[in-house]
Design a protein around this ligand. Structure first.
Ligand code: NAD
Length: 339
């Protein structure tokens, strides 16, 4: 890899990837539409670097893509997407447009480029639906998406496979569990818990809190994406995540324990005392679990920055954001109220 395009480079995972690519001396073009989810300030530390070029544009716009696709680009990391499941319940059309049509446009731009770049397509474990107790998703799990977000990501994955088969586009698909780390949009679970705790609000937990998710640190995920970009394993499909998932309640309690140590409540009660069940998300998948053995066998990848080792630091990052006035409680989405 020498020169890469990162779509969605102002987002949570995309910006972490861009920071790493620049640190390793690669030329990076970012194509990002700058939606509500974009945080261009996540690239402030590398913005002055001449290796970075940023283009504001829509992946579903062929002209914008053409403007971002320098002929020397050898690798495309396609991360641009609408990503929040709750929003996909309230307004699915934007998810179909960006995640499905946008991916088709990226693939067309790659198929027409000479020489053709390799594509690392960022997918999710959610395309496989719910994992039964005691099972984990693997590269051969059947697709069974249940939310509009997951269905739009599944559609994107199928397009990637079809462009590989039909047009010979070289591509690998990376399915990640729930990523966590700095710069996650404030609407996601960990920043939401911190924002509510520091504001003295109840900490919302969907349903009974027994939903299980495979949490993967964003820097572990970037390790995996970098390894795919270097290895260029055409047709590969890998899952990035820990060996075992965590319930949302256990995660919330771990966030609260970290907050008790660094930002205790004024009334000296534990933050966990404010955890409050709220109505569940419609169609909320009960359990995701991933089998990372394909990523390990192909790339030597493993999830090293586990929740136990890194969550307190991540919580500390959001506490600092909240104390700087950059993180505050937000209204609940995803109950279909906007439809
Ligand atoms: N965050 C997770 O836990 C997770 C887990 C698995 C997979 N993924 C996938 O990883 C990718 C990145 O996720 P994230 O959490 O960083 O997302 P994010 O919501 O933080 O950022 C998405 C970025 O894409 C940009 N974008 C949206 N629509 C666009 C369009 N039409 N054209 C160009 N740019 C557009 C946004 O402006 C934003 O900067 C997505 O493909 C997502 O489906 C995320």
């Amino acid at each position: 890899m020498k020169s890469v395009l990162v779509t969605g480079g102002w987002g949570f995972i995309g910006s972490a990837l861009v920071r790493r690519l620049i640190a390793q001396g690669m030329a990076v073009s970012v194509l990002d539409a700058g939606t509500y989810a974009a945080q261009p300030e996540a690239l402030d530390t590398v913005r002055a670097n001449p290796l970075l070029r940023e283009v504001r544009g829509d992946v579903a716009d062929a002209q914008a893509l053409a403007g971002a696709m320098d002929p020397d680009i050898d690798t495309v990391f396609h991360l641009a997407a609408e990503t929040h499941v709750d929003r996909s319940i309230d307004g699915p059309a934007a998810f179909v447009r960006t995640n499905v049509i946008g991916t088709a446009c990226v693939l067309e731009a790659v198929a027409r480029a000479t020489p053709r770049p390799f594509v690392v397509h960022m997918s999710t474990d959610e395309v496989f639906g719910e994992a039964a107790a005691g099972t984990a998703f693997g590269p051969h799990s059947p697709y069974a998406p249940r939310s509009p977000y997951a269905a739009s990501k599944a559609g994107a994955d199928h397009l990637v496979s079809a462009w590989a088969t039909t047009y010979g586009v070289g591509a690998a698909i990376a399915h990640a569990g729930n990523a966590f780390g700095p710069w996650q949009h404030p609407e996601k679970l960990i920043p939401t818990l911190v924002a509510h705790a520091l504001a003295g609000h109840p900490l919302p937990l969907y349903g009974d809190g027994g939903h299980q998710r495979a949490w993967v640190h964003v820097e572990d995920l970037v390790d995996g994406l970098m390894a795919l970009g270097h290895a260029r394993p055409a047709g590969a499909r890998v899952l990035f995540g820990p060996d075992a998932p965590t319930t949302n309640r256990a995660l919330a309690e771990q966030v609260c324990a970290a907050l008790d140590a660094m930002a205790p409540r004024a009334d000296a009660r534990p933050h966990a005392s404010a955890i409050t069940p709220v109505p569940d998300r419609p169609g909320h998948d009960r359990r995701y679990a991933v089998d990372p053995s394909a990523a390990n066998a192909l790339l030597g990848w493993r999830a090293g920055r586990t929740l136990d080792r890194t969550l307190a630091d991540v919580v500390g990052w959001y506490v600092a954001r909240a104390q700087a006035g950059l993180l505050a409680p937000r209204a609940r989405l995803g109950l279909g109220g906007a439809r």
